[in-house]
Design a protein around this ligand. Structure first.
Ligand SMILES: [Cu+2]
Length: 137
C-alpha cells in the first residue's frame, strides 16, 4: 500500500460506514411506516360509530355504510363480555365491559351482512344480532 492509498483508505471506509448506517436507518424507517399501514383499511375512517352491547341486543342494531367507505366501530359492553362476529366482513371482536374495542371496516361489495354476538352471554344470547347494510355509491 502506497502512502497515497493509506491516506485515502480511511476516508473511503468512513463513507461506506456512513452509507451503511443510512441504509439501515432507511430500512428501519420503512419498516416502521409499513407496520403502521394496514393495506386492507388504507383509508382514514370517514365516520366513527359507537356500538353498545348489552344483554341481549346491540345498540344500534344496524348501520348503513357506503360501499368502499371506511368506518370505525367503537364497541363497548354495558354489562358482561360479548363479542361482535360479522364473518363476511372479517369482524370477530371480543367486547369486554369497561374496555372499548375498535374495529375498522371497509366493505368492498354491496349487500346486507349479518352479525351476531359470538360470546355466550345468557338465555337471550341467540337474539343478539347486528346488521351492516352496504349501499352502492
Ligand atoms: Cu351473547
Amino acid at each position: 500500500m502506497s502512502f497515497r492509498q493509506a491516506e485515502i483508505a480511511p476516508g473511503k471506509g468512513a463513507t461506506r460506514r456512513i452509507m451503511k448506517h443510512c441504509l439501515i436507518v432507511a430500512v428501519l424507517v420503512s419498516l416502521v411506516f409499513l407496520s403502521r399501514t394496514n393495506f386492507c383499511d388504507a383509508q382514514d375512517p370517514t365516520r366513527t360509530v359507537e356500538v353498545h352491547a348489552k344483554r341481549f341486543a346491540f345498540s344500534p342494531a344496524e348501520i348503513t355504510v357506503k360501499n368502499g367507505e371506511t368506518i370505525k366501530l367503537l364497541l363497548t359492553s354495558d354489562d358482561v363480555t360479548h363479542s361482535l362476529l360479522i364473518p363476511d366482513l372479517n369482524v370477530n371482536e371480543t367486547i369486554k365491559k369497561g374496555h372499548t374495542t375498535e374495529v375498522t371496516i371497509t366493505p368492498t361489495r354491496t349487500g346486507d351482512f349479518k352479525g351476531k354476538c359470538g360470546h355466550f352471554c345468557g338465555t337471550g344470547h341467540g337474539s343478539m344480532v347486528f346488521a351492516v347494510h352496504v349501499t352502492g355509491n
